[in-house]
Design a protein around this ligand. Structure first.
Ligand code: DAK
Length: 256
């Protein structure tokens, strides 16, 4: 049984709650190892259609665990390729929504950005304050934040270490939706339930094509999208989706 995360299921949606409240959900090795032990099994389960990752009212996660990191040497960080295995989380093919209340700082902000999109509460605060600790972002912040909000604001955030409130995060493109704090998990769960109704292979391909935009030129990205689009005409779910529309009924996808 995991100790630092709580996993609950509601139909096809898996809610993952980070559960180190006394440390504001600081991301230590145990929490990372539990996520990486549990989520890939759920990802491979065809009845799991979407993840929602959340924390509590005070913190989504206040960063990498500073106490755990404080004695780390360069040799250990480099030889262990410290935190590189969070990539396993990023590469889960099931969609992931971050439901953020309170602090999402450092590694916590980076974890939220590893999700496919973020639903934030009005009181959520985002930041990359590593500079204040004499380090830099190490779980993708400098790259993912820059792609999401642009160079000027990303430089501001990383160089000053300031926090950004939810309204600024929404205006900057860091988060997809801002809702009242007490509606964050409910809203993310409703979006996840919506995603859960769609064909699982197709939601995985949506992630692939949108993520491709970060990696490639427009011409190559358009080519990739078009080829994936063509391939969907080989699926039963495409026939079902279009026939259901024509017959004015709800589609019933079979993941085929
Ligand atoms: N790590 C460990 N403990 C933390 C923590 C953290 N990041 N953040 C908070 N806590 C603990 C506090 O120590 C305190 O514990 P006790 O003293 O009660 O034992 C408890 O949580 C409550 O925190 P506060 O008393 O500070 O609560 P406040 O409401 O006063 O302040 C705060 C909330 C979020 C403003 C404050 O806690 C804060 O500034 N926290 C640190 C935020 C931060 O700097 N985050 C960035 C961490 S560095 C790497 C990969 C990744 C990373 C690095 C390297 N490699 C690949 C090499 C990631 C780095 C980071 O994320």
């Amino acid at each position: 049984m995991p100790k630092t995360i709580e996993i609950t299921r509601k139909a096809g949606v898996v809610l993952v709650r980070l559960n180190r409240p006394k440390q504001l959900n600081a991301l230590n090795k145990e929490l990372k190892d539990e996520i990486l032990a549990e989520l890939p099994k759920l990802d491979a389960d065809s009845s799991v259609r979407c993840f929602v990752i959340t924390g509590n009212e005070k913190a989504f996660a206040a960063g990498g665990d500073i106490k755990e990191m404080s004695t780390l040497t360069y040799a250990e960080a480099s030889t262990e390729d410290y935190f590189a295995d969070w990539d396993t989380f990023v590469n889960l093919r099931t969609p992931k929504i971050a439901a953020v209340n309170g602090y999402a700082l450092g590694g916590g902000c980076e974890l939220a950005m590893m999700c496919d999109f973020i639903v934030a509460g009005e009181g959520a605060q985002f930041g990359q304050p590593e500079i204040k600790l004499g380090i830099i972002a190490g779980m993708g912040g400098s790259q993912r934040m820059t792609k999401l909000i642009g160079r000027a604001k990303s430089m501001d955030m990383h160089l000053t270490g300031r926090m950004m409130m939810a309204d600024e995060a929404l205006a900057s493109g860091l988060v997809a939706r801002v809702v009242p704090d007490d509606k964050v998990v409910e809203t993310a769960m409703a979006a996840a339930a919506q995603i859960a109704e769609y064909s699982k292979p197709v939601t995985a391909l949506v992630r692939d094509v949108v993520n491709r935009a970060d990696e490639t030129s427009l011409t190559e990205g358009l080519f990739f999208e078009r080829r994936i689009f063509h391939s969907l005409f080989a699926t039963e779910d495409q026939k079902e989706g279009m026939n259901a529309f024509i017959e004015k009924r709800k589609p019933s996808f079979k993941d085929k």
